[in-house]
Design a protein. Structure first.
Lengths: 501, 174, 501, 174
């Protein structure tokens, strides 16, 4: 087993790994950028080192610097978390060359699955159905598009995470879309190559969690429903999915296990699928790392994916086999992000003035937020993950509603009120979701008359009190947020999003 | 019987009359109705528990000139307060992203902190409502700033690669 | 189903019930004493009413006042929590007479199990082995003691919770012990009647969780290990117990179910047993209410005892049967209390200046503590319950260690550091515990040299900083706590405990 | 090179020399060893992050006359600080439950807040070390106050049923 693990990440996932290390009796090493000097993952770790300035490319993406710090700290393994360098084969390679274990699959697998076109070929050859579309880009994109038929999805070969992606409905839109997608892909991945897939709708986005050790043991840990996405970013996930019956679940898990065995997979990984209305599965891509949404799988299987991935990276045998896996109850995850749902999900920066996290039965919070935290523009907007488990889906939803109401953040805007609206939406409650769900379900700013009146009363009481004993309150941080109100709660949307590079 | 205050919330102005009932309990008259209100300070100075007719609510209070910003539930309310003897509070002045600085002239300020990654509206260029003026990167998302009104670009105050803060002037149209 | 439930309790259990109500879609009504004006259970409830002054007998024990408030609020049920009125048959009776459902067993059952001597007779008749001792107090205590043989336990007939209890080792100690126990019993229960049990040691204290509906369905939810007690107060509980193998577990659960069926039990309840070194079970007493430690059972069975007890109180059928119950993994609960383990567990009052609760996988916190809270002398010292689940006992212990380190309270003393010492004790880790465990395991004040040095460095840095920009820090609340240091860390114990009346 | 401070912790006195290394980093000399220290203020004013030789620690700071009370891990340290030019800090004065008020005379004060439920030591009574003097109820526990030293009870300042606070005089022996 490892003695010391460097966590090459930040935020809630860095803290998640630090916690797993502590429970395994492994010393943890945090790295932090200038912006993260006070971060929770730093305060929880056994050791901490400044990795560089705030921009990610100078800190959390700086491979030589991270390897240098791992060496200095005497770490014998590196955990990459998700995002940043987690799917960068050069990083996995650099770790290997430095004699430091990379907690993830071998570089060759990361590389072959990182090429999305290559991954499609591999899966196709393994007999896994893939989304109809290109397999080899021998022809021009125009010819391929004509062959596949509109609407189509343009995707970056080196892609992932919704970057360099465009849906094209008509042939005349193709050239402009290609140009934009190429530019995005080039800047995001240094590779402008694109390929095409048939655009399927309505579909659900499902994925299968896998874990594999170095001895050929592969276990599929059920599926996750990830259809609720905003601009290709997942927002709410659950396990299991209402889309599958037991037979389909078994079929999908067997399919995913087979794929993992064919490619000789090791460590944790996820196979993403689209499922159409007729229950057909289509392989979409493979993520060769821990996923943000891994806790819903942990909740319904009783596994600990971070502990277990550290174990298998240390060449230990998987402590369970496929037969040991039971799906018990239902789990839902809401990603709590610093964005204003009532102002077209504008990113929200500022200081966290008040924080109350939910608790009690069936509630898990994986959070990097703290009172006094400066939420900056440097990194993505994920602050915390709220995961609720129930004996059945209805109980999990009821619990999530309760927990969302208990989750209190003042000082920045979060998407908590919108999550609550989804949890109360009859379509969601009925399990009728697909990847276009969030295009139809828009946040509605509901003013609660009782609360408005209470605010007015409190203001008067405070003014009266102030004459007796003046109190010094903190100054508001982001007054401009009220702007949304006057713009008609989302009717006027001067801001459009695209995944930045 | 009680003391009278005038409170402004958005476009609405309320008259609030407060009488003390002892033990941290108040009788409050508002909009022709009487409420029994308990106010407690939970932690110094910002968190309050307010019980209106036995319904408990948490309120987080921040100071602002002439009043308070109060967060209850998922909403943050900006309120101005005055003793009734001093008359109605002035209208709320909110920061606008599009500030009218003359007849048909607008100053556009940034609604977020981030980095300018692209400027599509050059000085002298005539733009239409809905056109993308510039792109600001924040939290790994590219946010396209679109024109709320059309006009000619008089001045651009920022350049590509520059860090901008909330409320910082970006350009002037007119 | 009920529409509105009044929670006749305070602290973490009141919040627990409020949460369950919210998840069931039931409106909750909190009551609070003067000391609890700002309490979390009040802030989470839908409605709240002042019940009376701070002393419990004028507030949480004031039956007419509570019934009056329930009527005023229009509550159709009352949840008594644990402690206070939860095992008071007159309260259950008063609810019934007011046409309000009491969430617990019928008054007659509370009454018959509340008489500990009567309970022993009932169980003995039902064929359940009881601790050797008195069954009828026809003879004098002296004669009974002679018959049973020393050492003996003196217990109050109306007892419970360690009150009116004395261990007597030699005949000559008996008269004084009887006098003290009678006085305590009279003042605690208004009834000075005592009975005798053989004092067994070494024994374990185990208990079986039961739930029963109004239709004769009884389900046993496994056992809990509760041997770690300080002055008859439980401090750490776990489920399952290392004392039992699968056969013994089944036997004990069957025994408990049989007892519940014989007495026609309804709602949740617990049968407490002593288990001697030879694996013999002896019935000790029955608790006719929810237990503090119910979450460890929830964690290993996936049930929700508070939701389920509300369901059965509303005359719904139990949604599971004995065959559905599986014990999965291991759970441990540490009771976090306001007391100073390094100063003979002296109760600690004051203001909570800082609070950080643990989070992440496998951690559940049921807490009533908040920043700014005044911890007063009026109620018992329980602040929060920390429950950790793991796939096996080792994992649960590792997680508990991690979570205890994350649990940060400043402003009052807590027993958190002592819990951590237990979690690191080889005897505890090996599962070798019995009811005398805490007599041997004493808290040790360990000074961490690194931390001491850091404090010295920080003081110097702050003094230097203060010349540039002075900071206003809060004033310390309980400086006298350092006293323990000079008295040799528990060697000098000027304070002795007894359960107060 | 740096500035020198004298810090007292319990019976020990430390000399601490501080040199600034820039960027919130300090070189600290203590007990003949040099440490690289990073200090950050996490939230105003009390919570600090201190990194000593790359080991992060959280510290909660409270003010006290002439110094600080600092909580790190599970312990709370009382510290007095002085600029070295002003000499050693005075010894720490701690509150004692048994305060010597004369030759063989002791003032006993309450170590907890609660209610006096029983007084076993009457005025004039001679008590032995270990005897129960009184019982104070706090948090539903009866806490028996035992004599640290023997003597005659000179004065009892409280009565049964009375609420007492931490530090309040209970009785005098001598």
């Amino acid at each position: 087993m490892f003695r010391k693990v460097l966590v090459a990440n930040r935020g809630e996932i860095a803290l998640r790994v630090v916690r797993a290390c502590r429970e395994l009796g492994i010393r943890s090493v945090a790295i932090y950028s200038e912006a993260d000097r006070n971060a929770l993952h730093v305060r929880h770790a056994d050791e901490a080192y400044l990795v560089g300035p705030s921009p990610a490319r100078e800190s959390y993406l700086n491979i030589p610097r991270i390897i240098e710090l791992a060496r200095r700290a005497g770490a014998d393994a590196i955990h990459p978390g998700y995002g940043f360098l987690s799917e960068n084969p050069d990083f996995a390679q650099a770790c290997e060359e430095a004699g430091i274990a990379f907690i993830g699959p071998p570089p060759s697998i990361i590389r072959s699955m990182g090429n999305k076109l290559r991954a499609r070929q591999v899966m196709k050859e393994a007999g896994i159905p893939v989304v109809p579309g290109s397999l080899h880009m021998e022809h021009s994109l125009e010819e391929e598009a004509k062959r596949i038929g509109f609407p189509i999805m343009l995707k970056a070969v080196a892609g992932g995470g919704g970057k360099g992606m465009r849906t094209v409905f008509r042939p005349e839109e193709l050239p402009a879309a290609v140009e934009m997608a190429r530019r995005e892909a080039a800047s995001a991945f240094g590779d402008e190559a694109l390929y095409l897939e048939k655009f399927l709708e309505p579909v659900r986005h499902l994925e299968v969690q896998l874990i594999a050790d170095a001895y050929g043991n592969v276990v599929a840990l059920g599926e996750r429903e990830c259809s609720i996405q905003r601009r290709h970013q997942k927002m709410i996930e659950e396990a299991p999915s209402t889309a599958l019956d037991e037979r389909q679940r078994m079929e999908l898990m067997a399919l995913a296990s087979r794929a993992a065995k064919v490619i000789g997979y090791q460590n944790v990984g996820t196979l993403e699928f689209l499922v159409d209305g007729d229950g057909h599965f289509y392989f979409l891509e493979m993520n060769t790392r821990l996923q943000v949404e891994h806790p819903v799988t942990e909740a319904v299987t009783g596994t600990d994916l971070v502990m277990d991935q550290i174990l298998v990276a240390a060449k230990e045998r998987l402590p369970y086999s496929q037969e040991d896996i039971r799906i018990t109850g239902w789990a839902i995850e809401c990603r709590i992000a610093a964005e204003d749902p009532f102002n077209v999900f504008l990113p929200s920066t500022g200081t966290v003035l008040r924080l109350d996290l939910p608790g009690g039965p069936g509630v898990r919070v994986d959070s990097a937020i703290y009172e006094g935290m400066e939420v900056t523009h440097h990194y993505d907007s994920l602050l915390a993950k709220l995961v609720c488990w129930g004996r059945h889906r209805k109980e999990a939803i009821a619990r999530m509603r309760r927990a969302l109401r208990e989750f209190k953040v003042v000082g920045i805007s979060t998407n908590i009120p919108f999550h609550l609206q989804v949890m109360e939406d009859p379509h969601f409650v009925a399990g009728r979701v697909d990847t276009s769900y969030l295009e139809r379900k828009r946040p509605v700013r509901i003013s609660v008359e009782e609360e408005e009146e209470a605010a007015v009363i409190l203001a008067a009481l405070l003014a009266r009190e102030a004459r007796v004993r003046p109190l010094a309150f903190p100054l508001p941080t982001s007054r401009w947020r009220l702007r949304a109100q006057r713009f008609g709660y989302g009717l006027w949307e001067p801001w459009r999003w695209a995944r930045s590079t | 019987m009680g003391e009278k205050y005038v409170v402004r919330l958005g476009q609405d102005v309320y008259q609030v009359e407060i009488g003390e009932a002892g033990g941290g309990i108040f009788r409050v008259f508002i909009e022709g109705k009487e409420h029994t209100v308990r106010m407690e300070q939970v932690s110094a100075p910002s968190l309050f528990l307010l019980e209106v007719d036995s319904r408990p609510l948490e309120a987080f209070v921040e100071g602002r000139a002439g009043g308070y910003e109060i967060t209850i539930g998922f909403h943050r309310y900006a309120l101005l307060v005055r003793d009734v003897a001093r008359g109605r509070p002035p209208p709320l002045v909110e920061r606008e992203d599009w500030q009218q600085v003359g007849e048909g002239e607008w100053l556009v300020v940034s609604p977020m902190s981030g980095v300018v990654v692209e400027i599509r509206a050059g000085k002298g260029q005539v733009i239409q409502q809905g056109d993308v003026l510039m792109v600001i990167e924040s939290m790994k998302m590219n946010n396209e700033l679109r024109a709320k009104f059309g006009g000619a670009v008089r001045e651009v105050y920022v350049e590509v690669g520059q860090r901008v803060e909330v409320g910082q002037a970006l350009l002037r149209l007119g």
